[in-house]
Design a protein around this ligand. Structure first.
Ligand code: FES
Length: 113
């Protein structure tokens, strides 16, 4: 199973292949900042991919258009900026997202920090 490490919280969760980063982390007991019910429109869930960029699904037209609309054309120059609600996990990745917090104990993640 793919593993997602989330910095700076320092957690690691397992994901099902094809699950979005946000769904995988959320299902294992963590809050991920969002603002459009995972529709790919608000960009509040945007994360930096630290490693494993090629192990996420490619950026689709919808994600690209909303990043440009919300954050400007330069936002898509760096491919490491992805929307966690749109990026599907194909293998191990490390991402950085401030604001991810544990919402209840025993969610299945591993605190490694
Ligand atoms: S939650 Fe709004 S773009 Fe991902």
């Amino acid at each position: 199973m793919p593993r997602i490490r989330v910095e700076p919280l320092g957690i690691e969760v397992e994901a099902s292949r094809g699950e979005t980063v946000m769904d995988a982390v959320g299902a294992r007991g963590y809050f991920w900042p969002e603002g459009c019910d995972r529709a790919g429109e608000c960009t509040n869930c945007a994360m930096e991919v630290v490693s494993g960029l090629g192990r996420l699904s490619g950026m689709g037209r919808h994600e690209r258009a909303n990043l440009v609309r919300q954050r400007g054309a330069r936002s898509i120059e760096d491919p490491r900026l992805r929307l966690a609600c749109q990026a599907h996990v194909e293998g191990d990745v490390v991402v950085h997202k401030r604001g991810v917090i544990a919402v209840h104990a025993g969610g299945g993640g591993t605190e490694t920090a």
